[in-house]
Design a protein around this ligand. Structure first.
Ligand code: TEU
Ligand code: CA
Length: 546
């Protein structure tokens, strides 16, 4: 197996191409736009870019519904543009990983069109079953709310996401061979690996009725099945092991134990995974039902994963999650301090850090006024379902406004000018009005700003072997449950991190818990006996008793 150091030591930056940078004025971000910003990413210190899907797609779910795995969506450009992007990135020593969405395709994919038409060669590429009387084949529900089955002709097909995203049948060896070809196609082009969309649900062990649940009825039949582990091992043996590449799995509802199995080094399956537990610390049961955010829940989830999984991802944002400052920080007075505190944790916790576009300037949730301003297919489905459940319009909007994935998908804020410098045309999704203050230009001009903080943290981590490989040891003091305190213990030294996760000052904290060593990073200019709102401090000492 090739060296794993590069994907452990570099910082990954996720681009949601539609929202990143528009080069031709049609209001949609594109590959040429990304090429133009590679120098910006280099300056930030990014070593790997993860591109959300850029393949041909009718965009029911913004590219997560693929209609051709080896073609570029014309909205984003051409294959020549993609080649140019890979080449320019290579010159800058930035690796590119792509999104591999293989649980489902678009219903406009040629395989599905043929399958639906009854072509015997393709019928079994997807999961077709007869209904039970007037009802679907089983009681499963979709990730986007509502039934997981859609009738087409005499039979129903399974779709765990939108009806325009039919699930592939991973019991069919032909599907396996097709996807193998797709992976080789991109790896041969020089991409450095894949972020594997909902990878732990691709294998359906049975199609029996599921135990009735508030959400995802049926999941016990497809979540992290033995068949899935087998498939992932085979994909490594047949394809991935031949390349110097890595995979990161988006693994829904995984436990640390399951993550350990997925990332074990003996029978390679995934190299890292995205767990979701720390993203659920402001939810009750499912994401639509929010509860008050409790920092101690976030700390507990992080500690649990840090101590139980040898190497994994560290992330606070992606294209499906509301902005981290809006959720776990402060949108007002302490925006900068809280963004730096979260950014501080991102690079001092153990694992490969993932930055989502705009996070490095502390972008906030979208400022949508009503559902018409929201495009996310999931939000519209939830609205429909909640309406059927007789939720009032006001209640529905309150739910959606806080949780819609469009919160993270508003156009990247490059400047304080028209459309935040994202496009010269009409942006596909509303630009946040706060772009006047929150934008790259302003952030880069401020040596005390969030951008420089990220830049410094990325560089610090890359050059500090204790931050890279030191063991994580929780040192949170029960007397201060909302102050996250931990150590990274290496051969050469110990880094101690203290992070106030709240806007409340803790009086005389440093008198009670003095820090040792030299300060590596701190988000307040001066020192104080108190731990101030969202204060973050990392210190380094040569040897210390833990
Ligand atoms: O997401 C899968 C997933 O389970 C959730 O993120 C989901 O979108 C939501 O939180 C359910 O409430 C992946 C992609 O990241 C997402 O953008 C796609 O829409 C989805 O798969 C389907 O491909
Ligand atoms: Ca464009």
């Amino acid at each position: 197996m090739a060296s794993d150091a590069w994907w452990k030591e570099r910082t990954v930056y996720q681009i949601y191409p539609r929202s990143f940078c528009d080069s031709n004025g049609d209001g949609i971000g594109d590959l040429r736009g990304i090429i133009g910003k590679l120098d910006y990413l280099k300056d930030l210190g990014v070593g790997i870019v993860w591109l959300s899907p850029v393949y041909k797609s009718p965009n029911d779910d913004n590219g997560y519904d693929i209609s051709d795995y080896t073609a570029i969506n014309p909205e984003f450009g051409t294959m020549e543009d993609m080649d140019a992007l890979i080449e320019k990135a290579r010159e800058l020593d930035i690796k590119i990983i792509m999104d591999l969405v293989i649980n489902h395709t678009s219903d406009e994919h040629e395989w599905f069109v043929k399958s639906a038409a009854g072509d015997s060669e393709y019928r079994d590429y997807y999961i077709w079953r007869k209904g039970k009387g007037k009802k679907p084949p089983n009681n499963w529900t979709s990730f986007f709310a509502g039934d997981a089955w859609q009738k087409r002709g005499e039979e129903y097909y399974l779709h765990l996401f939108s009806p325009k995203q039919p699930d592939l049948n991973w019991n069919n060896p032909k599907v396996y061979d097709e996807i193998k070809k797709v992976m080789k196609f991109w790896l041969d082009k020089g991409i450095a690996g894949f972020r594997c969309d909902v990878i732990n649900i691709i294998y359906k062990t049975s199609l029996a009725d599921g135990k009735k649940r508030l959400a995802l009825t049926g999941k016990e039949h497809y979540l992290s099945q033995e068949g899935c582990h087998r498939l992932l091992q085979r994909l490594n043996e047949d394809v991935l092991n031949d390349y110097d590449c890595f995979t990161v799995g988006e693994t829904v509802m995984v436990t640390p134990k399951e993550a350990c199995r997925l990332t074990n080094r003996d029978k390679r399956e995934m190299d890292m995974v995205f767990g979701f537990e720390h993203m659920e610390c402001d939810q009750w049961m499912i994401k639509w039902f929010k509860t008050k955010y409790k920092p101690e829940r976030l700390i507990a989830a992080l500690v649990k994963w840090q101590t139980n999984v040898p190497w994994n991802t560290v992330y606070f944002e992606n294209h499906d999650q509301p902005r981290s400052v809006s959720r776990f920080g402060d949108e007002g007075e302490y925006r900068v301090q809280s963004a730096k505190m979260l950014g501080g944790l991102l690079f001092t916790l153990k694992g490969t850090p993932f930055v989502y576009e705009g996070q490095e300037i502390g972008m906030l949730n979208g400022d949508f006024k009503n559902l018409d301003e929201v495009q996310d297919v999931e939000s519209h489905n939830v609205d429909k379902t909640a309406r059927r459940m007789l939720f009032t319009k006001g209640r529905r909007w309150k739910m959606i406004k806080r949780t819609t994935r469009d919160n993270a998908r508003t156009p990247m804020q490059w400047t304080g000018g028209k459309n935040a410098g994202f496009t010269s045309g009409t942006p596909w999704l509303k630009v946040n009005a706060n772009c006047a203050d929150i934008n790259v230009e302003a952030a880069r001009g401020d040596s005390d700003g969030i951008f420089d903080w990220y830049k410094n943290m990325i560089a610090l981590r890359a050059s500090n072997v204790t931050l890279l490989y030191g063991e994580f040891v929780d040192a949170t003091d029960k007397k201060f449950p909302r102050v996250f305190r931990f150590k990274r213990v290496g051969n050469d030294g110990v880094v101690t991190v203290v992070a106030n996760m709240t806007a409340k000052t803790v009086r005389d904290y440093f008198v009670k818990r003095p820090t040792e060593g030299t300060i590596l990073q701190s988000n307040y200019a001066d020192s104080s006996a108190d731990l101030r709102p969202y204060e973050f401090m990392a210190t380094m000492s040569q040897k210390e008793k833990i």
